[in-house]
Design a protein around this ligand. Structure first.
Ligand code: CA
Ligand code: CA
Length: 134
């Protein structure tokens, strides 16, 4: 009582506007979350090398599936497992990799086959990518 809440009825914002406001807020307040969200990972990795070991083979596809469906199965580099660079880990990533390996279909998205950084920032993390350290 005694406080006049601003009238919000006429101030409905679209999700896009809200995201924009959130971004502006975070950048002006120096939040680390914004840095992660906008900058992506700084760990170089090789797309498709989901187990971050050896070459790119069927083991990597199995690792993508393990990361998706097996409890306690952690992927060392989620970005490497995001084979199609959609920003999310899904069954399609394993299928994409298997299609490349066995059916001669499209290769994983960049960085591939060389190690590199993710050019499209997302919420995925990459803690370690063996063989891709600079
Ligand atoms: Ca591998
Ligand atoms: Ca994906």
């Amino acid at each position: 009582m005694g406080y006049d809440w601003p009238l919000v009825e006429d101030a409905m914002l679209s999700p896009c506007q809200l995201a924009e406001m959130e971004y502006e807020f975070r950048s002006s307040h120096g939040s680390r979350g914004a840095v992660r969200r906008l900058g992506g990972t700084t760990q170089p990795f090789q797309r498709g090398n989901a187990d971050t070991a050896g070459g790119i083979n069927v083991t990597d596809a199995m690792n993508v599936l393990g990361g998706l469906f097996l409890a306690g199965s952690e992927l060392p580099c989620q970005d490497a497992a995001d084979v199609n660079d959609s920003g999310t880990l899904e069954l399609t990533d394993a299928i994409h990799l298997l299609g490349y390996l066995f059916l001669g279909q499209a290769p994983p998205a960049a960085p591939f086959i060389e190690c590199g950084l993710d050019a499209t920032p997302d919420a995925l993390s990459c803690v370690a990518a063996e063989g891709c350290e600079y």
